[in-house]
Structures are given as structure tokens and as C-alpha cells.
Design a protein around this ligand. Structure first.
Ligand code: ZN
Length: 290
């Protein structure tokens, strides 16, 4: 099942994507929560109700709705750097013995087809196509062999990064968290449809030019390793998002470096999941105080 969060007629709610349509669960199953995090917290009961409703609900063409990030405000947006051997080489880094974990702040979350800002303060904007997973069950100290039980589904992430700021600070949280720099989607694909998450092709194009062509089978720490290790430290909760690192081919790895410019279009596609696509624009020039 492909679960989406979408906006239509000014109302944001969840639905089931089938082909080029989305079944509106707010109409087909009005008792279900309209918010993805609350829906995922229902576990199997929610999924079964969504499956049943998908067959009978009113459908909207996908091109008549705006797809949002499947989980627009997750409790946590976790990430891991340097998780593919060839990417470690292109970055001139050493292979970490332990996953290089960090967090993106959730205010950076963007729509799967939303515009991404080239910041006013730096022209070193770079892309990182990645497989992300969404947690479906509250959990702690999950052994690797039980990790599949806690995954609600998989998404495509572009972990946009301001490289210059990575060198300005010993922490990558801020360089990874500029507004608009965390688009993901286009929907959440449940594990039964996604297949083995540790054997999926990950490809990134910039203006139609293939830049990254990797496979999650090359990850140093696979999806289930990451759940085991992270859940030793923190309680994972329904709706939490974890992005798993990027294969080689980022702009930083080229000589000269190939950073993104306004007008560029970046597409990331993951086998069995789908694709997201983001146009780069200059960050608006106003001061905003709300
Ligand atoms: Zn990344």
C-alpha cells in the first residue's frame, strides 16, 4: 500500500495511492485520523481499515492534489552520514566504526515536489539521494532480527546539505537543516510492497544527468542495523523518519565541485518506492517575523 498525505481544496489529509489516483480516506473512512502520525500509531487496525476503504472510497486524480511530505511533522527526523564506502572515499573521510548519526530539524521538511532554496548565505547547496524509513511502532532496544516489525514503510529523501556550513561547525545539524532542505515522499510504501529495503537501487539526476546510481546493498549499516543501534539510545515512535545515507556522486565529490544553482531540477528515484523532484530557487529576500 502507498500512503500519502495530500492537500486538496485547502484541506490536508491522508489517502491511499493507486495508480494515478489517490483514495481520499477522509471520505472513505471518516473515523480514521487525517494525520499520518496519528494514523500510524493505530498500527495494524489502521492499516486494515485503510486497505478496506481503498477499494470503495472516492478517488481524486493525483494531478489534482498537492502531495505533502507523507509525515509532515515527525517527532524526529534522524539521519546517518558516510554510510556507503564509495561516498566515504569521495568525501575523503575515514570509514566510521559506528554510524555517523545526526538529526535534521523538522522545520526543514518540504514537499516531495516542493521548491528548494539556495540559501542567501551560501552557494554550496548539494543533493544527497537517500532511502528513508518511517517508524510504525513505539519501541526501544530493538534487536536487528525484530527491526522489520517496527517499520511502517519507506520513502525517498533528498538530504540537501549546505557544504560550506559543514566546514564551519563541528556539528552537521544546522548545515543539514536549512528551511526546505528535507523533502521526502512522494508517499510511504509499506514493507510488503517495498520489498527488501537493503537491496534497492537509488538514483539521482540533476537536470536529467544521472549523478548517483547506487544500491542500498552497499550500505555499511543497513536499515535494520540502524534501528537496532539508534533504539539503544532513544525511543522510536510512530511517524519518526530515519534517512539512511547517500551513495557516491554528490556535487561535493566532483572536481571542480558541482553545487546546485537556481533553476536546477533534482530528481531522486528509488526502486519500488517512487521518485521526488525539486526545483532549486533563490531563497526569498525578505525578513519574516510572524
Ligand atoms: Zn545524507
Amino acid at each position: 500500500m502507498k500512503l500519502a498525505t495530500f492537500t486538496e481544496a485547502g484541506i490536508t489529509r491522508i489517502g491511499v495511492v493507486e495508480g494515478d489516483h489517490v483514495v481520499d480516506l477522509a471520505a472513505a473512512a471518516p473515523d480514521l485520523p487525517a494525520d499520518m502520525t496519528e494514523f500510524l500509531a493505530m498500527g495494524e487496525d489502521g492499516l486494515a481499515a485503510a486497505r478496506a476503504a481503498a477499494g470503495r472510497g472516492p478517488r481524486l486524480p493525483l494531478d489534482a492534489v498537492t502531495l505533502e511530505a507523507p509525515v509532515p511533522r515527525p517527532g524526529k527526523f534522524l539521519a546517518v552520514g558516510l554510510n556507503y564506502a564509495e561516498h566515504i572515499r569521495e568525501m575523503g573521510a575515514a570509514t566510521p566504526a559506528f554510524p555517523s548519526c545526526f538529526a535534521k530539524m523538522r522545520t526543514c521538511i518540504n514537499r516531495p515536489f516542493g521548491e528548494v532554496h539556495r540559501p542567501r548565505v551560501s552557494d554550496s547547496l548539494d543533493y544527497e539521494g537517500e532511502l528513508g524509513l518511517v517508524i510504525g511502532r513505539r519501541c526501544r532496544h530493538v534487536p536487528k532480527d525484530r527491526a522489520p516489525e517496527v517499520v511502517a514503510g519507506y520513502v525517498v529523501v533528498n538530504d540537501f546539505t549546505v557544504r560550506e556550513w559543514v566546514t564551519k561547525t563541528p556539528q552537521v545539524v544546522i548545515p543539514k537543516s536549512f528551511d526546505t532542505h528535507g523533502p521526502f515522499g512522494p508517499w510511504l510504501v509499506t514493507p510488503d510492497e517495498a520489498g527488501d529495503p537493503n537491496r534497492l537501487g537509488v538514483r539521482t539526476w540533476v537536470n536529467g544527468e544521472l549523478r548517483q546510481d547506487g544500491n542500498t546493498s552497499d550500505m555499511t549499516f543497513d536499515c535494520y542495523d540502524l534501528i537496532e543501534i539508534l533504539s539503544r539510545a532513544v525511543t522510536l515512535e510512530p511517524g519518526d523518519v530515519l534517512t539512511t545515507g547517500t551513495p557516491p556522486g554528490v556535487g561535493e565529490g566532483f572536481t571542480p565541485k558541482r553545487y546546485l544553482r537556481p533553476g536546477d531540477v533534482v530528481k531522486v528515484e528509488i526502486e519500488t518506492i517512487g521518485a521526488i523532484e525539486n526545483r532549486i530557487v533563490d531563497e526569498p529576500e525578505e525578513t519574516a517575523v510572524y
